[in-house]
Design a protein around this ligand. Structure first.
Ligand code: ZN
Length: 308
C-alpha cells in the first residue's frame, strides 16, 4: 500500500491530536514509495547490526525502516508519523535514509518511541531526534538513562553496554500510555527485565479491509554482564516473568522484534519470505522462548554456583 497524499488539516486539529513539535510545519505532500524497493536484495538472518536494509512495507501504514540486524518501524499517517527505535549510532542515519526512500519526510515524524534503553536500539535516537524534531517518549525507568546516554548498575548488562549520545527531549509517559499522532494510537506494554524501561508496543493496522494487530515485542532475553547472577536478583526474575506473561497474552497477529532474527523476520518479510508474515501464535512462542532461556539460565546458575 502506498502512502496516500497528505490531507492538510487545520493546525489546531493537528496540535490537538499530535504530540506537539514546536515550529515544524504540517506534513506536506510526499512522493510515492520507490517502486523498486521490493526488488532490493534481502537480509540474511545473521546480518550485522549496521548492515543496510531497504525499507520494506509491512502492512497497512507500517514500514520497516531499520537495518538488516536491528529493527526500526515507521507507522505513518497523513497527520504525521511515529518512529519506533533508533538502532545503533551508525544505524540512525540508515533509518533516515530508509524513511526518505520509502517516500516519507523525516520532519513529519511527530513522536519517537523505543523498545529498550540499550545502545543498539537507542544509539541513533539523538541524531534522529535532531533530524525529525520529535520528542522521545519513555517510561520512567528509562528517562534518566536516555538523558545520560548510559545505563546504570540496575541493568544486568551494566559494564558491557556501550554509551550513546544523550537524548535531549525525553518525555516521560505512563506505563500504560497510548502514544497518539492523528488517528494513530500505539499502546505501550511494559516489558521490563532485559532492561528496566523495556516496552513493547501494539497498534491496529488495516489494509484493504484486512485488519491486523501488530506487536513490536521488546527483547525478553535474560542476558547479563559476566558475574551477574539472576538467582541473586529475584525482583528482576519476577519482572521478566511478568513480561513473558504480558507478551504471551497480547492480541498479536504480526510480531516484529528489535532484533529481527529473534522472530525470524527475514523468513516472513521481504522478497525471500517463505512463510506468512502473520502468525497469531507468534507472541506466545516468543514469550515461551524468553521463559525457557531464563529457566535454563537459573538452572545453570544453580548447577555451577556461579554465573555461566
Ligand atoms: Zn538489549
Amino acid at each position: 500500500m502506498t502512502p496516500s497524499p497528505t490531507a492538510l488539516l487545520p493546525l489546531a486539529l493537528l496540535l490537538a491530536a499530535c504530540a506537539p513539535r514546536g515550529d515544524a510545519p504540517a506534513p506536506g505532500p510526499r512522493a510515492s514509495p520507490k517502486a523498486d524497493i521490493a526488488a532490493t536484495p534481502a537480509c540474511a538472518d545473521d546480518a550485522g547490526w549496521d548492515d543496510p536494509a531497504p525499507p520494506v512495507h509491512v502492512h497497512g501504514d507500517t514500514w520497516y525502516v531499520g537495518t538488516c540486524g536491528i529493527a526500526a518501524l515507521l507507522v505513518t499517517s497523513p497527520d504525521g508519523h511515529v518512529l519506533l527505535d533508533g538502532a545503533t549510532p551508525a544505524g540512525g542515519p540508515l533509518i533516515l535514509d530508509n524513511i526518505r526512500a520509502a517516500g516519507f519526510d523525516p520532519r513529519d515524524v511527530r513522536a519517537i518511541v523505543f523498545s529498550h534503553e540499550h545502545f543498539d536500539h537507542v544509539g541513533g535516537l539523538a541524531a534522529l531526534q535532531e533530524a525529525t524534531g520529535a520528542p522521545v517518549h519513555a517510561r520512567a525507568p528509562a528517562v534518566a538513562t536516555l538523558a545520560r546516554g548510559a545505563s546504570d548498575a540496575s541493568d544486568p548488562q551494566f559494564g558491557e553496554l556501550d554509551p550513546f549520545a544523550p537524548v535531549a527531549q525525553v518525555r516521560e509517559i505512563a506505563d500504560d500510555a497510548v502514544v497518539r499522532v492523528g488517528a494513530l494510537a500505539l499502546q505501550a506494554i511494559p516489558t521490563p527485565g532485559h532492561a528496566a524501561g523495556g516496552t513493547s508496543w501494539s497498534w491496529r493496522s488495516c489494509e484493504d479491509g484486512d485488519c491486523r494487530q501488530i506487536v513490536y515485542g521488546d527483547s525478553l532475553s535474560a542476558v547479563s554482564a559476566d558475574g551477574f547472577r539472576f538467582s541473586d536478583a529475584p525482583d528482576l526474575v519476577a519482572r521478566l516473568r511478568e513480561s513473558f506473561a504480558s507478551v504471551a497474552a497480547l492480541d498479536c497477529d504480526i510480531l516484529i522484534t528489535p532484533h529481527p532474527s529473534a522472530s525470524a523476520l527475514w523468513t516472513r518479510l521481504g522478497p525471500q519470505a517463505e512463510r506468512p508474515l502473520a502468525d497469531p501464535s507468534a507472541c506466545r512462542t516468543y514469550a515461551a522462548a524468553g521463559a525457557a532461556r531464563l529457566e535454563k539460565r537459573l538452572a545453570d546458575e544453580a548447577a555451577t554456583g556461579a554465573a555461566p
